[in-house]
Design a protein around this ligand. Structure first.
Ligand SMILES: [Zn+2]
Ligand SMILES: [Zn+2]
Ligand SMILES: [Zn+2]
Length: 261
């Protein structure tokens, strides 16, 4: 199982248009962040988490020619704005793209992209098949996926656990029951926006406190704002097993179907 971090930035990306802060002006490629998204590859299956405004560029960057499913964590624009660009995958596969998400998020997608879901869609419109999930396990082929309900401010959203890997973005609060569902991880991916308090995102300290309760073997932090500062300077303050993800980073882990069936 391989995970590629296609984007690791918050909704504006980094650099932010017009900003002259030291992070946005940095030459360090690790400080340049597209909107958050990750590709999970298991066997011949390509599964994407979120399809934000940088989706097209991210697909070109990772160089895949088929996508088997999209998992959507929530309906904010930085997580869904790119779904019109599934069309090349539709044309190649001649199939609808399955998109797994909550009913509320599916309804928002229908409102935001009404032309996709018309009874008589324009020829060449994207073809998306909304698959409604809740907190029950579901399967994509042989791959078992456990949705993890978390809170993004007042908004209930989903993270996902696959085997000993979990991906939680836009986190503000995780209930004790979900902390229990996240035990035994080899890799945790979890968001942290900045150092200052925010109504719907964890600060770095809040994220570290959740990591301390989940106790994964390794953690990668995502969804940073430029207001986090230069993350290379913050690494020293992190525990050894925790660091900031960056665009293009790949991690691999063993995936045993027998572990979860
Ligand atoms: Zn900036
Ligand atoms: Zn959000
Ligand atoms: Zn977001």
């Amino acid at each position: 199982m391989k995970v590629t971090f296609l984007g690791t930035g918050t909704s504006q990306g980094i650099p932010v248009i017009g900003c002259d802060c030291n992070v946005c002006l940095s030459d360090d490629l690790k400080q340049k962040r597209l909107r958050v998204s990750a590709l999970i590859q298991i066997g011949d299956k390509n599964i994407l988490i979120d399809a934000g405004p940088d989706f097209r560029q991210q697909m070109l960057n990772v160089g895949i020619n088929h996508l088997d499913a999209i998992l959507v964590t929530h309906e904010h624009n930085d997580h869904i704005a790119g779904i019109d660009d599934v069309r090349p995958f539709n044309f190649r596969s001649e199939k609808d793209m399955p998109l797994y998400t909550l009913q509320r998020v599916a309804d928002a997608i229908k409102t935001r992209f009404p032309y996709i879901f018309r009874a008589d869609p324009y020829p060449g419109a994207p073809r998306i098949n909304l698959e409604i999930i809740n907190t029950e396990k579901f399967h994509i082929g042989p791959i078992e996926i456990l949705p993890i309900p978390i809170m993004h401010g007042n908004l209930p959203i989903l993270g996902f656990r696959i085997n000993k890997f979990a991906y939680l973005t836009d986190v503000k609060y995780i209930d004790e029951a979900q902390i229990q569902q996240l035990q035994g991880l080899d890799y945790l991916v979890i968001s942290s926006l900045q150092l200052e308090k925010h109504h719907s995102h964890c600060t770095l300290d809040e994220t570290l406190a959740f990591i301390n309760r989940i106790l994964p073997k390794k953690t990668k932090i995502i969804h940073m704002s430029h207001t986090m500062g230069d993350t290379s300077l913050l690494e020293a303050k992190l525990p050894k097993s925790v660091d900031f993800a960056y665009d293009g980073l790949q991690i691999s882990m063993n995936y045993f179907i027998s572990d979860i069936i």
